[in-house]
Design a protein. Structure first.
Length: 106
C-alpha cells in the first residue's frame, strides 16, 4: 500500500470577520493608502518606460544596485527639469464609460 497524501484546506471566513485583519474595514480609509500607492506606481511606470528599468545590463547585485540608483537619479533629474521648465503633465485618460456618463450629463 502507498502513502496517503492529505489536502489541507483553510476554513471559510466570514467577510465581516476577515476585514479587521486587513486593517482597512471600509473603502473610506483606503483613500490615502491608494493615493500613496498610485504615486509609487506612477514613478515605477515612468522609470520602466523611459529608462528601461525592467531589465538589468549587469550581473551581480552590486552592479545592478548601481544601475538602479543611477536610473532613479535620471528620473529625478528629468522630473526636476520638467518642473523648472513648467512642462504640463499629461492628462489621465478617461474610460469609455466615464466619457459616456459625462456626455449624458452635459
Amino acid at each position: 500500500m502507498g502513502t496517503r497524501i492529505g489536502v489541507l484546506r483553510a476554513p471559510p471566513h466570514d467577510h465581516e470577520r476577515a476585514q479587521p485583519a486587513f486593517g482597512r474595514p471600509g473603502r473610506r480609509r483606503a483613500g490615502p493608502c491608494y493615493a500613496v500607492r498610485a504615486g509609487i506606481e506612477a514613478t515605477l511606470s515612468q522609470t520602466v518606460r523611459s529608462n528601461g528599468l525592467r531589465r538589468t545590463r549587469y550581473r551581480g547585485i552590486a552592479k545592478t544596485h548601481v544601475q538602479h540608483v543611477l536610473t532613479a537619479m535620471a528620473c529625478n533629474l528629468t522630473r526636476t527639469a520638467d518642473w523648472i521648465a513648467e512642462t504640463p503633465r499629461g492628462r489621465t485618460r478617461s474610460s469609455r464609460f466615464h466619457t459616456l456618463c459625462t456626455a449624458a450629463a452635459g
